[in-house]
Design a protein around this ligand. Structure first.
Ligand code: NAD
Length: 483
């Protein structure tokens, strides 16, 4: 597969290059080889993208919602037709196995374009009667939105930001992560092919400095970031200067609580999905697995058995179900946490050792006897490291589950339905799971509480974050003044 794109950026419907920008080398995580060379956007490229977006947005907003929706749904169809190629590219960009990317990435991007394409015609205001007079509201686009992506789901993030932004009549300038710059370019190509006007969806590459330049530009009305809390703090603060709208999809340290009445195999499945899918590089992962004391030995035994089913290897081999991590740097960070876990007295049950051979692999790693104060139980690791903690009572575990500055997700496995709902009500997290983990359908709002973020992606809730309401007062009788 040719992984070198025509050029680094996609602006106003065309590939654009400016070799004066810093070099970005794209590395295939399975071989460590450079598979593409791109350039970060120069100030001239940033200008070009924002000017194109500003101009195109006005025309795009003048289309009816149904017309906008029609081309977005066409884009969804094209994405599904090209699922194989898009999934291959996602695998090259991230190292995630094809067995995953072929069912989770372009497909979820297509879902977003289909869903928001379907909603576009229903984005309306309201009529508010005031006797003979009335007010009506108009739901208007924000203008030019900027999307800044993380590296774990490059296609999905480009679509989750693009679909609601475009459905509402905005234009978008998207900056992918410098680690995975390839997939968003394909999304931009497909949108043009589907009939979205040039300039409505642009992609420019770059490191953090390009993101920072976009966030403070006066042509920008909204910023949506998917990234770490540290970056989120900077971006939120910079956006505040211009009073720009923000959506912040940030990190987490989510709890997964397993009671002794839970279906053990289902709970183990939840723990595996919530820790080792995408080699653990998922923001909402339930990495603090609280297991009620009575079932701890059975849980650990079943988990170890099930982890024998991991097939680690060539991500393009359909039989592989576990790929390398995205980069050597990310693997080093995670290896550092594993060393800390051991130094602080957690018991390593399985994994933890970097294997010989090619690829940035790190096998599924499970620590038991983890306590709340250990570094591995407090900080986001963003890799395949599960911490198993013991608990006795519901009240105790809920307090401990919430004792974190993060609030992205939380899960509970139990057969007691009233307890399940009590736990869901008590969790301080934007997304909660009962007897499942890490589902993310486009129909449901997704986002964090506390340090994990601001705003929501997906669902009708996203419309609120990509549009604004104008109230129009209409007086039918005569307007009078006191003097
Ligand atoms: P990161 O914060 O390092 O980078 C995210 C993006 O921000 C990149 O595109 C980067 O170039 C850009 N950036 C960096 N500094 C910037 C600045 N000062 N101004 C503007 N942009 C800047 O995150 P990452 O390592 O790419 O991704 C991992 C993190 O993302 C984890 O914390 C993970 O939990 C989080 N994440 C969250 C979600 C979610 O939906 N909540 C989804 C995926 C990943």
């Amino acid at each position: 597969m040719n992984t070198q794109p025509t050029a680094s950026h996609f602006i106003n419907g065309k590939y654009v290059e400016d070799t004066a920008g810093d070099l970005i080398e794209v590395i295939y995580p399975y071989t460590g080889q450079v598979i593409a060379k791109l350039h970060a956007a120069t100030p001239a490229i940033v200008d070009q993208a924002l000017d194109a977006a500003r101009l195109a947005q006005q025309q795009w907003a003048s289309w009816t919602g149904t017309e906008r929706g029609r081309v977005l749904r066409r884009a969804a169809d094209i994405m599904r037709e090209r699922n194989h190629d898009l999934s291959m590219l996602e695998t090259y960009d991230t190292g995630k196995p094809y067995s995953e990317t072929s069912v989770a990435d372009a497909t979820s991007g297509a879902d977003a374009f289909e869903y928001f394409g379907g909603l576009a015609g229903s984005i309306t205001g309201a009529y508010i009667p005031l006797g003979d007079n009335f007010v009506y509201t108009r739901r208007e686009p924000l203008g030019v939105c900027v999307g800044i992506g993380a590296w774990n789901y490059p296609t999905q993030i480009a679509c989750w930001k693009g679909a609601p932004a475009l459905a509402c009549g905005n234009a978008l300038v998207f900056k992918p992560s410098e680690t995975t710059p390839l997939c968003a370019l394909k999304v931009a190509e497909i949108l043009i092919e589907a009939g979205v006007p040039a300039g409505v969806y642009n992609v420019i590459q770059g490191y953090g400095a390009v993101g920072a330049a976009l966030v403070t530009d006066p042509r920008v009305d909204k910023v949506s970031l998917t990234g770490s809390v540290a970056t989120g703090r900077k971006v939120y603060a910079a956006a505040a200067e211009g009073m720009r709208h923000v959506t912040m999809e940030l990190g987490g340290k989510s709890p997964l609580v397993i009671f002794d009445d839970a279906d053990l195999d289902a709970a183990v499945s939840g723990a595996i999905l919530g820790n080792f899918y995408s080699s653990g590089q998922v923001c909402s992962n339930g990495t603090r697995v609280f297991v009620q004391k009575g079932i701890k030995p059975a849980f650990l035994a079943r988990l170890s058995e099930r982890l024998q089913g991991v097939v680690m290897g060539d991500p393009l081999d359909p039989a592989t179900n576990y790929g390398p991590m995205v980069s050597a740097a990310q693997r080093d960070i995670v290896a550092g946490f594993i060393a800390k876990g051991q130094a602080e007295g957690a018991r390593l049950v399985t994994g933890g050792t970097i294997p010989d051979g090619p690829g940035f692999f790190l096998p599924p790693t499970v620590f038991a006897d983890v306590t709340d104060d250990m570094t591995i139980a407090r900080e986001e690791i963003f890799g395949p490291v599960m911490s198993v903690l013991d608990f006795d009572t519901e009240q105790e575990v809920l307090a401990r589950a919430n004792d974190t500055p993060y609030g992205l997700a939380a899960g509970v496995f139990t057969a007691d339905i009233t307890r399940a709902h009590r736990m869901a009500a008590g969790f301080q997290a934007g997304t909660c799971y009962i007897n499942t983990y890490n589902d993310a359908p486009v129909e449901a709002p997704f986002g964090g509480m506390k340090l994990s973020g601001v705003g929501r992606e997906n669902s009708k809730a996203a419309i609120e974050h990509y549009s604004q309401i104008k109230s129009v007062y209409v007086r039918m009788d005569k307007c009078e003044a006191p003097f």
